[in-house]
Structure formats: C-alpha cells, structure tokens
Design a protein. Structure first.
Length: 218
C-alpha cells in the first residue's frame, strides 16, 4: 500500500487483490470512531472475486447458484460483482464538513468518473433515475454509499479490464438485462494507436480528480 497525505484527504493505493470483508469492516470501524477532526480518506484498490448485496437488496437479483462468495453489505443499491480488473474507490468523507448532501455526493462521484473517461475520449453520462455512469447504454461505473452520522463510506466501482463474466450471475444493480462494459473495451473500439492504460495509472488519474474536487469544496 502507498499512501499520500494531502492534509484534508489521505489517499491510500492498495496493491494486489484485497478481501472485501476486510475492507468493509475497516471502513465501518474508521467511520464509527472518527470525529470532526478526523481527515477524510480515499481508498483505491481491487477486490478478490465477490458478489456483494446492498442493504435493501432483493434475493431474486441473484439469478442462479454460484461458487462466488456473497457478502451482505450495508451500502445502498442491489447486488453487484467485484474482482480483478475492476477499480474500486472508497470515499470516507465527512459530508458535514464538505457541506454536501447525499445527492451531491452521488453527483460529484459520477462527475469524477465522467471526467476521467473524457480523458480517453469516451463519451460517458449519468442517469437521473439509475445512479452510475454509462457508455452507449452499457454501464461502466457503479455507485453505492452508506451514510452514518453525516459521514460516508463505500463508494464506486469502475470496470477497467475485468472479465465481465462475474456479472452473468446477477441482475447488475437490480436491472435485468443491463449490459456492462469496460474502459479497455471502449478504447479498443476507437481503433487508435494509443497505448492501453494500466489500472494503476487510471487509479492515480481518478484519485487526482477526486482530490481536486475535494479541495475545491473545502
């Protein structure tokens, strides 16, 4: 893990594949024990293959039995998949200090993903009635947060170069038939000589965007 302390935002870049349950418990512990002086944190990582169910998730969105572990989470949203090649960013923010409401948190996070994809000339957009980020009606970025005493945890997942097979077990985010896509798939369609970025490079680009957004708010 490499960490950067930006005074108001501590950024952690984790190496390797991280167990979801371990991250989940660490986020909860930090959120439960923080106070008004605790710096915000941003965690960027990849998880071991796992399906996670949102707090109000419905069992019918798991389409069939699977060997993948299924973890009950306390985030918003329905069931989703995490695994290698998917970038996850956890935003442990004090929304009171940022003067953000939940809608602003969601919109700002979507806008950060869209700004990142614009770097690669990918025309991405958000939907008012279905949180996340889409490209040609296929979903690339998913969101799910938990707010406790005005502080957020959980965050976003962005498909970079992952095998989308993990999504075939579910109705992604509760939407039957929803197509998923990846950043690398969309770049390949452009048929340019541009070198394909690594997930580590994209993680640093995303953290720069989120840091700038965080600093401009304070």
């Amino acid at each position: 893990m490499t960490s950067v302390n930006q005074s108001d935002l501590i950024i952690h870049h984790y190496e390797g594949l991280i167990d979801y349950t371990t991250s989940f418990q660490s986020m909860k512990t930090l959120t439960e024990n923080r106070d008004e002086t605790t710096p915000d944190e941003l965690w960027l990582l990849q998880h071991q293959d796992v399906l996670t169910q949102g707090q109000a998730g419905k069992a019918e969105h798991l389409l069939h039995s699977t060997d993948l572990p299924i973890v009950q989470s306390d985030r918003g949203g329905q069931i989703t998949w995490h695994g290698q090649g998917q970038l996850v960013a956890y935003l442990l923010y004090d929304l009171n200090r940022l003067h953000w409401n939940v809608r602003q948190l969601v919109s700002n996070t979507e806008n950060a993903i869209i700004e990142l994809l614009n770097i690669y000339n990918i025309d991405a957009y958000a939907k008012k009635d279905a949180p996340g980020v889409y490209v040609n009606e296929a979903k690339m970025g998913s969101l799910g947060f938990k707010i406790r005493r005005g502080r957020s945890y959980h965050g976003l997942s962005l498909n970079i170069n992952c095998d989308l097979d993990g999504f075939r077990h579910i109705n992604p985010c509760g939407y039957a038939g929803l197509r998923m896509t990846t950043l690398i798939d969309e770049l390949t369609k452009q048929e340019t000589d541009q070198a394909l970025p690594t997930i580590e490079h994209i993680a640093h680009q995303l953290s720069d965007i989120l840091l700038k957004q965080h600093q401009e708010t304070l």
